[in-house]
Design a protein around this ligand. Structure first.
Ligand code: SAM
Length: 257
């Protein structure tokens, strides 16, 4: 279970009302039963339910069962999409080891409200479920150009479904140069993601556009940033959430832990 408090603290922790309800009504736990606690910073701790009533409870802490290991920084930048898709991505990105989830606002973003508190809660639950001791940081949504302006220079790969290269071509429409131009042989074709990640070390970032894609001005802006590289996930146009999850899976497999 995720707890906010420092661990071990003074050895006793209060459960949140939601945890007390979950432990009692859903998991049918009683005082004396074991639970594992983590807070995203101090490792995993064995604990025991000390008291449990309807929506109140406490834990008595035992020994530490796992140390907090550093996680390779894998950042996800995702154009805000509809709520269900954001929820899905928050869960799957956490399972796949993303350490940062940054919603970005683009010209073709249709929603301008992203409930980041909700996404953070989903990420915490996903971390509990997959026994991950780290929880990704969920940042407030910000305009794409602002995120790029503030970038620390770590390699940022973006999903380019047009298969165009990182330079040249000007127009960003579809279909004129063919898809899946992995490497392209001309030095400017979009590389396939796994190939682009090989040889890079975290921190790494994966940026996915909105359902309508990035607009030409955004693509031009992305291409002139030295830390940005366009990559393809193949010839099919994926939903934004699929592209987010698939890209993270590749990054995790090639450069993760
Ligand atoms: N603009 C496109 C259109 O309307 O035909 C669709 C954009 S797609 C639904 C949403 C985002 O997913 C894109 O901006 C891109 O970042 C990513 N994406 C989708 N398919 C991809 C692929 N085959 N390779 C790389 N990225 C992809």
């Amino acid at each position: 279970l995720f707890v906010e408090a420092d661990l071990p603290g003074d050895g006793t922790l209060a459960a949140t009302p939601a945890q007390a309800h979950y432990l009692g009504a859903v998991l049918r736990r009683s005082p004396g039963d074991p639970v594992l606690l983590f807070n995203g910073r101090d490792g995993e701790w064995q604990a025991e339910v000390a008291a449990l009533r309807k929506d109140r409870g406490s834990f008595a802490l035992g020994r530490r069962t796992r140390a907090q290991a550093p996680e390779p920084p894998l950042r996800l930048l995702l154009a805000a999409v509809k709520r269900d898709a954001m929820d899905l991505v928050a869960e799957k990105a956490t399972e796949l080891g993303a350490t940062l989830i940054q919603p970005v606002l683009t010209r073709r973003t249709v929603t301008d409200r992203v409930n980041t508190g909700r996404l953070a809660a989903i990420a915490r639950e996903a971390a509990e479920q997959c026994r991950r001791l780290g929880v990704p940081e969920v940042r407030e949504a910000a305009p794409l150009h602002a995120v790029l302006d503030a970038w620390d220079g770590a390699p940022l790969l973006f999903g380019d479904e047009t298969g165009h290269g990182t330079t040249g071509h000007g127009a960003t429409g579809h279909g004129t140069t063919g898809h899946g131009a992995a490497g392209g042989g001309e030095g400017e074709g979009a590389a396939a993601l796994a190939g682009a990640v090989a040889g890079l070390a975290p921190p790494l970032a994966w940026l996915v556009g909105p359902e309508g894609g990035f607009d030409p001005a955004e693509l031009a802006d992305l291409r002139r940033r030295p830390f940005v590289r366009a990559v393809t996930l193949g010839p099919r146009i994926l939903r934004a959430e699929t592209a987010a999850i698939a890209g993270l899976a590749v990054m995790q497999a090639v450069a993760g832990d």
